[in-house]
Ligand binder design. Structure first.
Ligand SMILES: [Co+2]
Length: 443
C-alpha cells in the first residue's frame, strides 16, 4: 500500500525534473462524494476453511467404518485453498531472500550477540514467513489466471478469499480478521491510477486487454503485515515500463540496510527508473518516478510507520535501523510523475493516535465499534463492511473520517491517458541479515 509524501516534505525533495511540478490540488478528503445506492449485499460465497471445519462432524458419522487416516494435504490446490500451516508443519515456513549486510555491518552475519538477538525473534519471523508464503502462493495463482474480461470485483474477491483460506481465517466472526488474513484490501489500480483503488459494491468495471493493472495486497499473521505488489499487462508495448519499475524496486531493495539513508536510496531508485523509456503506440515516453509516493516502515497492525522511503532524490537523512520493517515500493509513470486524489474512496483505516471524540451520530458510534473489533488499525475497504453484514454505513463512515478517527485513502492517479506501474517488496532489517521476506521466483 502506497504512502503519500506530505506536501511540505515535497518542497524539500531535490527533484531532478521539475518542469512538470504542477501545483498540488489535493482536495480535502473526498468524504462527501459518496452515494449509497450501489451498496448491495455480499453474495457470501466464502469457502475458506470449510474442509477443516467439517472434521469434527465427519469423524462422528464415520465411527464404525475402518479408521481411514485423514490425509494432511501436502500440496496446494488451484485455486489455492489449503492452509499454509498445513503445508509447512511446525511453522517451518520458507525463508525469504537473505542478504548479508555490507561494509562496516558485515560482522553482523556471524556476530554472537547479533545472532542471539535474531534468535529471540523466532515467533516474529515465523509469522512474517507464513504471511509471505500466503502472499506468494496467492499472487502466483493470480498472475497465471487473471485475464481481460474478468470484473475487478471477481479478481479482488478471488485474491482476498484465497488469502483468507490460506491463513485459515475467513474473518466472518468478530475479531477473526485480527488474527490473520488481509493486511489491507486488494488494490487493483488501472492505467493512470497508481494506487488505492479497489471496487466498491456494485462496481461493474471489467479488465481490458490494453490495461496496466497494479495488484497491491497485504497479508498479515498476528499483525505482521507483508506488503507486496506487482503490475500486470497483457500487451508487450508496456514491457519497458514494467521493467523500469521492477529494476527500480530491486535497486531500492539492494540499497536498503542498516544505516542506509532514505534520501540516498531515493536517488538510486530515481536514477534506475529514469534510465528507461517506453514506446507506446508510436510515442516514446521517459519513465518518471512518481515523486509524491513513497515506501514506508510497517509496524504491527499498522501499515504506515513513521519513516518514508522516497523514490526520487531527496536530502532526507533518516537512517534505516536494526529491527525496522520496510515496504520498498516504487512507481513509474508515463505522465506527470505526480498523483492526486481522484474518485470514490474504497480504502480506510482507523488512526492509531486514537483521541477520544464524543460522536453524536449513533450510526458512527456503532460502526466504530465494528471497525475496532474487526480491523483495529488494519486498513479495510467498504466491501469488508458489506461482508460483515453492515449496511447503510456511509453516513457514519464519513462522520468518522471527518472527526479524524478514520483515515480515508482515496485512489491516487496521474494524468488521464498516462500509464503507471508498481512493484513492491517487504524487507526485514534483522540484526544479522536483511531478509526480503516477500521475494519469490516471480519478482
Ligand atoms: Co506499501
Amino acid at each position: 500500500m502506497a504512502a503519500q509524501a506530505p506536501t511540505e516534505a515535497l518542497k524539500e525533495l531535490k527533484v531532478s525534473e521539475s518542469e512538470n511540478a504542477t501545483k498540488a490540488t489535493n482536495g480535502s478528503a473526498a468524504a462527501g462524494d459518496d452515494h449509497e445506492a450501489e451498496d448491495s449485499d455480499d453474495d457470501g460465497d466464502e469457502n475458506p476453511g470449510a474442509a477443516n471445519g467439517a472434521t469434527g462432524a465427519a469423524k462422528k458419522k464415520r465411527k464404525r467404518k475402518p479408521k481411514k487416516k485423514k490425509k494432511t494435504p501436502t500440496s496446494q490446490t488451484e485455486p489455492p485453498t489449503v492452509m499454509i500451516s498445513q503445508l509447512f508443519p511446525n511453522k517451518n515456513y520458507p525463508k525469504g531472500e537473505e542478504v548479508e549486510y555490507k561494509d562496516e555491518n558485515r560482522y553482523r552475519t556471524t556476530n554472537e550477540e547479533k545472532r542471539h538477538l535474531d534468535n529471540l525473534q523466532s515467533d516474529f519471523l515465523a509469522d512474517y514467513r507464513e504471511a509471505a508464503e500466503v502472499h506468494r502462493q496467492v499472487r502466483q495463482y493470480a498472475q497465471k489466471t487473471i485475464k481481460p474480461g474478468q470484473t475487478l470485483t471477481e479478481i479482488a474477491e478471488g485474491i482476498e478469499n484465497s488469502v483468507r483460506a490460506l491463513t485459515g481465517h475467513a474473518g466472518l466472526t468478530e475479531g477473526d480478521c485480527m488474527v490473520a488474513g488481509m493486511g489491507f484490501p486488494c488494490g487493483l489500480s488501472i492505467n493512470h491510477c497508481a494506487a488505492h483503488f479497489t471496487p466498491n459494491a456494485g462496481n461493474k468495471l471489467v479488465l481490458q486487454q490494453e490495461d496496466v493493472m497494479k495488484v497491491d495486497f497485504g497479508v498479515h499473521v498476528n499483525g505482521k503485515i507483508v506488503d507486496s505488489a506487482f503490475t500486470l499487462a497483457f500487451e508487450p508495448k508496456y514491457d519497458n515500463l514494467l521493467a523500469a519499475v521492477k529494476a527500480a524496486t530491486n535497486a531500492g531493495v539492494a540499497e536498503a540496510g542498516i544505516d542506509a539513508r532514505v534520501g540516498e536510496i531515493g536517488g538510486v531508485i530515481q536514477e534506475v527508473m529514469e534510465s528507461y523509456e517506453v514506446e507506446i503506440d508510436g510515442t516514446t515516453y521517459p519513465v518518471k518516478s512518481i515523486r509524491n509516493l513513497t515506501g514506508h516502515t510497517i509496524l504491527p497492525y499498522s501499515i504506515h510507520g513513521t519513516k518514508a522511503v522516497p523514490i526520487v532524490k531527496s536530502n532526507d537523512q533518516t537512517k534505516m535501523e536494526e529491527g525496522d520493517v520496510f515496504a520498498i515500493e516504487t512507481f513509474g509513470s508515463t505522465g506527470n510523475g505526480y498523483v492526486r486524489d481522484d474518485g470514490e474512496v474504497s480504502h480506510y483505516a482507523k488512526r492509531g493516535d486514537g483521541h477520544h471524540v464524543d460522536l453524536r451520530l449513533s450510526s458512527a458510534k456503532s460502526l466504530l465499534n465494528v471497525i475496532t473489533k474487526n480491523f483495529g488499525t488494519l486498513p479495510f475497504c467498504r466491501r469488508y463492511l458489506d461482508r460483515l453484514g453492515q449496511d447503510k454505513y456511509l453516513l457514519g463512515l464519513n462522520s468518522l473520517v471527518q472527526n479524524d478517527i478514520v483515515e480515508a485513502y482515496p485512489p491516487l492517479c496521474d494524468k488521464k491517458g498516462s500509464y503507471t506501474a508498481q512493484f513492491e517488496h517487504t524487507i526485514l532489517i534483522r540484526p544479522t541479515v536483511k531478509e526480503v521476506i516477500s521475494r519469490g521466483e516471480d519478482y
